[in-house]
Design a protein around this ligand. Structure first.
Ligand code: MLT
Length: 323
């Protein structure tokens, strides 16, 4: 009897660390957005994070840590203590483009962080200020080629999605250098596009859909295989005369490597529940987001997407001018 009591005590002692871990989260979680407020990363983080808070029982607080094309904020997030209280909303730029763009990058998106899951696919649009002379994509191509010294392109910093996708576009047009204006996010860049201070940019649908519908900026084309249900009047690049320009962006969540398995599982579950929530789905779909598949919502599925796009982008971006 005495022996049984002792082994029960030992078993309870062994179970204690697991019990302590399973109390996660006991305080608010910081979700770092590596760009200024009002851009696509910020918008998706706030929509998804708000719902994740309900599942987790603690607030997911968005903190904007902008700089260096998003790599400042992601460095801070993925080098934090791996306890689940610091996570990040990154994207195609910070996770797949940055390694080829910043040789001294202080994080390794492939082997040095814990992926949680994809939050949404974000089609890319070529957009311009309302008064920009070209009326359609064909005119835009001709105009840009003829005015490389005059045209101003806005982006969210070297390595960001707007920079990456416009770098691919410029490469295809044979105009590697234009006058580039870097912002701390495409939220502030879009404000300057609306007020006509910059000419054009390549941006994720999430932040530009409403402005296009309101007519405050114009869209030449969407760089996807199909038109977006959120912007059915905007032609694809194929329809508009530039079929080779096709690129899909996305946003997703990552955390520091070494996160306990039960914490990973809780974050994955909270993201999945957020993406299944009817209100969240409607808000994301209205902004043109493509909802992730079940596989893409898993750590392994998201990691595979990051690697696939890093392999694709790396040769082009390593050779591109960093401006
Ligand atoms: C980007 O261009 O990388 C993003 O649109 C930046 C942002 O979310 O503001």
């Amino acid at each position: 009897m005495k022996k049984l009591a002792l082994s029960l005590t030992a078993a309870l002692a062994l179970a204690l660390p697991a019990q302590a871990q399973s109390k996660y989260p006991e305080r608010p979680i910081t979700m770092i957005v590596p760009f200024a407020a009002g851009g696509p990363t910020d918008i998706i983080a706030r929509i998804v994070g708000e719902n994740m808070s309900k599942t987790l029982g603690q607030q997911v607080v968005v903190e904007n840590v902008a700089g260096a094309g998003g790599t400042t904020g992601i460095t801070r997030a993925v080098t934090a203590t791996p306890d689940g209280y610091t996570i990040a909303m990154g994207h195609l730029g910070t996770f797949s483009a940055a390694p080829a763009t910043y040789p001294g990058l202080k994080y390794d998106p492939i082997n040095g962080m814990q992926t949680i899951g994809l939050a949404g696919g974000t089609p890319i649009l070529i957009v311009a200020k309302k008064a920009f002379a070209p009326k359609d994509l064909k005119e835009f191509v001709t105009y840009v080629k003829a005015n490389t010294d005059k045209v101003n392109e806005a982006h969210a910093g070297v390595g960001s999605v707007s920079w990456t996708t416009c770098t691919l576009l410029k490469g295809q047009l044979g105009v590697p250098k234009l006058n580039s204006v870097a912002y701390r996010g495409t939220g502030p860049a879009l404000n300057d596009l609306v007020s006509g201070q910059v000419d054009f940019m390549c941006d994720q649908i999430v932040s530009v859909a409403e402005q296009i519908k309101a007519g405050t900026i114009k869209a030449y084309a969407i760089a996807s295989a199909e038109r977006s249900p959120a912007l059915p009047d905007v032609p694809t690049t194929k329809e508009a005369g530039l079929p080779e320009y096709q690129i899909e962006a996305w946003n997703g969540i990552a955390a520091p490597k070494g996160l306990p398995k039960d914490v990973v599982d809780k974050l994955v579950d909270a993201l999945d529940k957020a993406l299944n929530d009817e209100t969240v789905k409607k808000r994301l779909l209205d902004l043109g987001t493509v909802l992730p598949t079940k596989e893409e919502r898993t750590p392994a599925g998201f990691a595979a997407l990051i690697k696939r796009d890093a392999d694709k982008l790396s040769p082009v971006l390593s050779a591109a001018p960093k401006q």
